[in-house]
Design a protein around this ligand. Structure first.
Ligand code: ADP
Ligand code: ADP
Length: 239
């Protein structure tokens, strides 16, 4: 079953001088339930533009996005809010969503309260369970972001994202700012989310070797185009 599908997605950025930059050119990809799909390419090839369009943060110039077979290309404000119950994105910098003034506890319970899924007491209990899933003890609930390492911060962000049990998660360069040893731990966590919890994941990175270690299929991008589709059997660098 296809969770996500894009059809001829295009994005043109324009500037005041009338110059056009074709950041995405007819991008067709899909992710089926339970897959880890990679989007790989060098800096500037359009990966973030693509992720931001799927997340409805940026508007596409043309083309279509289907989520569970529903057209989500032009969501209004309320529809987008609902979409974020089943779609979550994890960025390169945890602090994009995690305010330095907020304790882990408040950050973790926010979605449960915002979407009115449970009361505060239950939300706190649920937050502790989620932290345990990513290998963090409940002692972390009382900490501020400044007291956590980069890897721990990214774990908290992932814990919150999985709390909504999203049907699709996008990880956009989520390990790029981390030391190599910690990178591997986050990768292991993502594999666990797929294998044990059946999450569907889109893994975006400039690092092909990293992607080959985790993805079922990889779309290779260059200058805004998908130039190659690699399946598991075709991977060259995977261990
Ligand atoms: P990547 O994530 O692969 O590094 P991006 O999607 O960030 O690629 O960028 C793709 C191209 O689009 C680059 O040439 C970049 O400079 C350009 N670009 C990205 N965002 C904007 C923007 N908001 N306005 C104009 N050009 C942009
Ligand atoms: P990344 O590849 O990690 O996204 P970028 O430097 O490509 O890093 O982009 C960082 C931010 O700047 C993004 O939000 C992107 O939309 C914006 N951006 C990138 N290139 C341009 C550009 N040429 N003009 C305006 N904004 C841009």
């Amino acid at each position: 079953m296809k969770i996500l599908e894009t059809k001829d997605l295009c994005k043109i950025y324009g500037d005041d001088a009338g110059n056009e930059l074709h950041a995405l050119k007819n991008v067709n990809i899909h992710a089926s339930k339970g897959e880890i799909v990679g989007i790989v390419g060098e800096s500037g090839c359009g990966k973030s533009t693509f992720a931001n369009i799927i997340a409805c943060i940026t508007k596409s110039t043309s083309g279509k996005i289907l989520f569970n077979n529903e057209d989500i290309t032009h969501l209004n404000y309320k529809e987008r809010r609902d979409y974020y119950k089943s779609f979550q994105m994890v960025f390169q910098s945890p602090l994009d969503t995690f305010s330095p003034k907020m304790k882990v506890e408040r950050y973790m319970i926010e979605p449960s309260l915002n979407f009115k899924l449970m009361d505060k007491k239950s939300a706190k209990e649920y937050a502790k369970e989620l932290l345990a899933t990513v290998g963090l003890s409940e002692g972390y609930m009382k900490k501020y972001p400044s007291e956590l390492s980069g890897g721990e911060l990214q774990r908290v962000v992932i814990a919150r994202a999985i709390g909504l049990k999203p049907e699709l998660m996008i990880f956009d360069e989520c390990t790029s700012a981390l030391d190599v040893s910690i990178q591997q731990k986050i990768i292991n966590l993502i594999i666990e989310l797929q294998k044990e919890k059946g999450f569907t994941i889109m893994f975006i990175t400039h690092n092909l070797v990293l992607a080959e270690n985790i993805c079922d299929r990889i779309y290779v991008m260059k200058s805004g185009e998908v130039v190659d589709v690699l399946n598991k059997g075709d991977f060259r660098n995977a261990s």
